[in-house]
Design a protein around this ligand. Structure first.
Ligand code: NAP
Length: 243
């Protein structure tokens, strides 16, 4: 039975991730008001309209071209939206402006696993310390492997890691591989003539991203503004308290 205070979630996108979010939500006792595919959402069917109206928060895992429209649909209804879709970030400025104009709430991120968030922090520290080694002849590279159906390459996560490394003084290339059903593996390699350091994250199942999306949705509920997944982890606040 669903408790009265249970968060009600509508899922935009009925692919691999949309289904994983529905499954994790069901397992953790959250109410899912609908798992909506492209046709229902774009046509605004009565079922889609009712599912959106009944939800407290939306989780969006669709395709890059659909994100701006889906965010607008949510924000117009006063529905906070968590966007997990990747490959649309050239439109982030425009979408952010829309959300702020409407005083809505959006949280976005290319990767909702806490392990990748940790990897990203660690990569920044590693990059700063590795710059002199690169000058001395070491090499750094990023590789990512994903399932064959993934549409964008490099992955949004690899692009984000590349940005983190660049802002810490390290320029690295990305190699992408698309194979089988791999949920997502990211690897940062630092290699010298006689040693090799590897920082690797391997998602074992898509559920890790679904759990992160639902945690982020609970955090976003009741807030206004545009946030990243990392902000929702509140690590900086925890560090400030510890100091
Ligand atoms: N942030 C993270 O942690 C994370 C983790 C994993 C994946 N991702 C990203 O999440 C996205 C989805 O991944 P996936 O594996 O679920 O892909 P997928 O299996 O291809 O599913 C995407 C689904 O969204 C549907 N869709 C397209 N436009 C829509 C709209 N306007 N409204 C509702 N549904 C719509 C597609 O339908 P059609 O086939 O009809 O277009 C498709 O069924 C990708 O961008 C992926 O890179 C992010």
């Amino acid at each position: 039975m669903v408790r009265a205070d249970t968060m009600r979630v509508v899922i935009l996108g009925n692919g691999r991730m949309g289904r994983a979010v529905a499954s994790v939500a069901g397992r953790t006792g959250l109410a899912v008001t609908g798992v909506l595919g492209r046709t229902e959402v774009e046509a605004g069917t009565p079922g889609a309209t009712a599912a959106l109206a009944a939800a407290d928060v939306a989780v969006e895992f669709s395709t890059a071209d659909s994100v701006p429209g889906n965010v607008a649909r949510c924000v117009e209804r006063g529905l906070p939206v968590v966007v997990g879709t990747t490959g649309w970030y050239e439109r982030l400025g425009e979408v952010t402006a829309l959300v702020r104009r409407r005083e809505g709430a959006m949280l976005w991120g290319p990767n909702f696993s806490v392990g990748v968030a940790l990897m990203s922090r660690a990569a920044g520290v590693l990059a700063r310390l590795a710059v002199p080694l690169i000058r001395a002849g070491y090499e750094a590279r990023l590789t990512e492997v994903h399932h064959a159906r993934k549409r964008d390459a490099p992955s949004g996560t690899a692009i984000r890691l590349q940005e983190v490394l660049r802002s810490s003084g390290l320029d690295v290339g990305v190699t992408s591989e698309r194979v089988g059903t791999v949920p997502g593996t990211h690897r940062l390699v630092l290699e010298g003539p006689s040693e090799r350091l590897v920082l690797e994250h391997e998602a074992r199942t898509p559920e890790v991203f679904a759990e992160g999306a639902l945690r982020a949705a609970a955090w976003l509920r009741g807030r206004r503004g545009v946030f990243t997944f990392e902000e929702s982890l509140e690590w900086d606040r925890a560090e400030a308290v510890a100091e």
